[in-house]
Design a protein around this ligand. Sequence first.
Ligand SMILES: C[S@@+](CC[C@H](N)C(=O)[O-])C[C@H]1O[C@@H](n2cnc3c(N)ncnc32)[C@H](O)[C@@H]1O
Length: 443
Amino acid sequence: MARENRGRATNAEPERTALGRLLTLTVGAPAAGGTFVARHEGRVVFVRGAVPGETVVARLLEDSRNSAKARFWRAETLEILDPSPDRVPSVWPQAGTDGVGGAEWAHIGLHAQRRLATEVLQDLLTRAGVSTFEVQEAQVEPAPHDTDGLGWRTRVRLTRGSDGLLGMRGWRSHEVRPVGENPLAADEIRGLGLPELEYAPGVEAVDAVAPSTGRPAVVLVGERLDAREVTVPAGLEDVDLAVLGSGGLTPLQGDGMVTEEVQGRRFRVGATGFWQVHRQAPEVLTTVVLRLLEAHEGETVWDLFGGVGLFASAIADEVGAAGRVLSVEGDKRAGALAAENLAETPQASAETGDVTDWVRAQGAGADRVVVDPPRAGLGPELMGLLCERTRERIVYVSCEPSTLARDLHVAEESGWRIEDLRAFDLFPHTHHIESVAVLTPAS
Ligand SMILES: C[S@@+](CC[C@H](N)C(=O)[O-])C[C@H]1O[C@@H](n2cnc3c(N)ncnc32)[C@H](O)[C@@H]1O
């Protein structure tokens, strides 16, 4: 990479020009959010695209928050002066500097990515004050047989840029950038060649789904799209196709649904509805949830933030006909699908509503509870309520370790202890991880 000396400041030689400037930085520990911490004149700079231990030239982002008065700055790596042995040729060059978001660790070896994610997880648990679990035991594990972290993404959204081409948004940016060959996407999605196809003028984004059964599904998204006027783009004759406009979802080919199969159980999912993104995630998470939950025949289990019934269906087999599983989901469509997906297991039922309201309204508690909230986590109120109303164990599935750590500490303060915590690299080449913690009453 060419070395650019103009405008560069070093730690010893402070830069005095405006933002957007270049800094030479020595990069340290990973921070939550996929960046790495460096310091410039005492100020923290969160650097994207670096590896701990490296010396890099980074450019401060043109971001209003990067003002001279800001407590910390954000910067993107432009040049590596002293590379880390953990740096590898990026698996997705278009996700590098000035590139698309969604693979911010693609330039780091997979083992090192997991080591860094483990460091972040342990740090978050420690900072949250977790005290009933030895945080060093929390280790990020790969999905079984995952050797390269590629081809796992079964859900992809492409967005149309001002040039009319499909791409993805940049990191912390609304600008749409070219994706090239997205190596994280499932082969079935890559094979569609979506960025090269021609779309009607009103198409603002394209969602692609590679379900575990049946053909791929594509959804054309646009506020002003009228499904009656949309023609099938050449190249998409053999996929399920739907239009998502202001009037909702209209199927053009297929029924706007996909069928996912996990350990012999089948789930109907809306083509734009929530489903675990990594190809192996539904199986990995179902297996670990069942193991940690330790449900027995005849027990009552709540599956909160239940989606279309993934965990509830498996738990229903554990508690048997004498037991009871209640799945609670906020999204009406997903809740209705959960009811359908659970129809053949009479001991399981699905309700639609806000989880906190629903738990508050329950007269009796549950023997065991599974929660799988969005990134915001449970929050102190709901965590506290569950500690009051659960008799045996709470299994907490989390896609955001910072909110998990916060909530686990609340549970500890409410007299519960963390019995185990597993973490999985279900978003390779990104900083995201999925964790599953199990809580039991301390006495
Ligand atoms: C991470 S997903 C988990 C879904 C399911 N456990 C699975 O693995 O397929 C979180 C789910 O919580 C739902 N959700 C978000 N906020 C909610 C709330 N306040 N009350 C009920 N459900 C909510 C979302 O619609 C989403 O389906």
